[in-house]
Design a protein around this ligand. Structure first.
Ligand SMILES: NC(=O)c1ccc[n+]([C@@H]2O[C@H](COP(=O)([O-])OP(=O)(O)OC[C@H]3O[C@@H](n4cnc5c(N)ncnc54)[C@H](OP(=O)(O)O)[C@@H]3O)[C@@H](O)[C@H]2O)c1
Length: 253
């Protein structure tokens, strides 16, 4: 019975991942720590329905004291066990109509998407070291790929693109630092998912498809995936005609 901690679970992909995990067999998934900066009605309802399996953890990923308190709360619940899977999902990003010349949101996006991920990974590491699975997954984006920057230049998201490229760089640093201890640290790309951030109806995938793809990728990822950036796999979308192919392949940095 593996334990999971997902950040940014108030809504969107994070909430959908918690819902998916809560519906999974108890022989595969044990306790699920749903971390968020507030307990929204949807999250509250999942916690209530789960009979103690989904545990709400109050956590703003950018606030070190807050993350420290979250570690203590998780440790208390786990007892002698470690934490198996960490999914760094919390993120921000928005269209910047003024483009790069008027880029004003860089610090905020960098703070959440990169520094927050780093704080959470660092402070949860002792618990992850005690875990069996030793898997850490960061949620990347096509927008963070330098190789594909030209192709995606029509999207006015300069701060998001910079922060997600840096998140990929951070993923590599952690993968190298922890590979000797048997960890698998990866960056996963969910393509476009119908969340507030993903562009609502115009996105390719439902929240359930995106969440399932991410969760399957973290469970299946072996050492060959350490320090790699991959697309999720979505049955029926492997050869999609749009900008993304959901075939589980490695992405270009
Ligand atoms: N949707 C897509 O198409 C897509 C594509 C590629 C990558 N991604 C990535 O997938 C992840 C989830 O995105 P989404 O589509 O689900 O977006 P979303 O619906 O906007 O949800 C973002 C989540 O992150 C949380 N969050 C933001 N800042 C936080 C902080 N400092 N501490 C804790 N939680 C924080 C939000 O909490 P609040 O409710 O408190 O604001 C919310 O729960 C992000 O990392 C995003 O970059 C999404």
């Amino acid at each position: 019975m593996a334990s999971y901690l997902v950040t940014g679970t108030s809504r969107g992909l994070g909430l959908a991942m918690v819902a998916h995990l809560a519906n999974s067999s108890e022989s595969d998934v044990g306790v699920i720590f749903a971390a968020a900066r507030s307990q929204t009605p949807d999250l509250q309802s999942l916690v209530k329905k789960s009979s103690g399996r989904v545990v709400y953890i109050d956590m703003d990923t950018t606030n070190q004291v807050n993350v420290d308190n979250a570690v203590n709360a998780v440790e208390k619940r786990l007892g002698d066990q470690g934490l198996d899977y960490l999914i760094n999902n919390a993120g921000v990003g928005g269209f910047a109509p003024g483009w790069t010349e008027n880029l004003t949101d860089l610090n905020e996006e960098f703070n959440v998407n990169v520094s927050g991920t780093h704080i959470v990974t660092t402070l949860f590491l002792p618990l992850l070291r005690k875990g069996q699975a030793k898997k850490i997954m960061n949620i990347g984006s096509t927008m963070g790929s330098l190789a594909l920057a030209e192709m995606f230049s029509i999207f006015p998201l300069p701060a998001y693109k910079v922060s997600k490229a840096a998140l990929n760089a951070l993923t590599i640093q952690w993968a190298q630092a922890l590979s000797g201890e048997g960890f698998v640290v990866t960056s996963i790309n969910p393509g476009t998912v119908k969340s507030a951030m993903g562009g609502g109806k115009v996105a390719d995938l439902t929240l359930e498809q995106g969440a399932t793809g991410i969760l399957e990728a973290i469970v299946k990822g072996g050492p060959e995936k350490n320090g790699k950036f991959s697309m999720i796999t979505v049955p029926g979308w492997e050869n999609a005609a749009g900008l993304h192919r959901y075939d589980g392949s490695f992405m270009q940095w």
